[in-house]
Write a protein that binds this ligand. Structure first.
Ligand code: FES
Length: 111
C-alpha cells in the first residue's frame, strides 16, 4: 500500500535550462548551479543534459573531433547520450530533461 504522504512528493528538483529554440547548435555547454554540463539532442529531438565531469576519475570532459573526450585517460563518448565509444561500458552522468511548452527543465534527483 502506498504511503499517501510520500506518494506526492517529488523525487527531483526541476531547474529551468531555457527556451528549447534558444539552443541552435547542440551540443553546447551550459552551467547550472555552478556546475558544467552539455546539452545535447538526439535525432528524435529528445534533449539530454550530461555532466562535464568524467565518470572515470572526474576529469573535465570537452568536445573534440565530433565526440566528447576526457583528456585525462582518453575516454570518448558519443555526442547524444554520452555513451563511451572507446573503452569500458560507461556513460557520462545524465540528468533527465523535460520540455514544457518549449521550455527545457533539468530534473535533478534528490539524494
Ligand atoms: S578521468 Fe576521464 S578518462 Fe579517466
Amino acid at each position: 500500500m502506498l504511503d499517501s504522504q510520500n506518494s506526492c512528493q517529488s523525487t527531483y528538483k526541476e531547474i529551468e535550462i531555457g527556451p528549447a529554440n534558444s539552443f541552435k547548435n547542440l551540443p553546447c555547454s551550459v552551467a547550472i548551479a555552478n556546475e558544467d554540463y552539455f546539452l545535447t539532442q538526439d535525432d528524435a529531438g529528445r534533449h539530454y543534459l550530461l555532466s562535464a565531469v568524467c565518470p572515470h576519475m572526474w576529469g573535465a570532459i570537452a568536445i573534440e573531433d565530433n565526440c566528447f573526450i576526457c583528456p585525462d585517460h582518453g575516454w570518448k563518448f558519443n555526442l547524444t547520450e554520452g555513451i563511451c565509444i572507446n573503452g569500458p561500458r560507461s556513460q557520462m552522468y545524465s540528468i533527465n530533461v523535460v520540455n514544457k511548452r518549449g521550455l527545457l527543465f533539468a530534473q535533478f534527483p534528490y539524494r
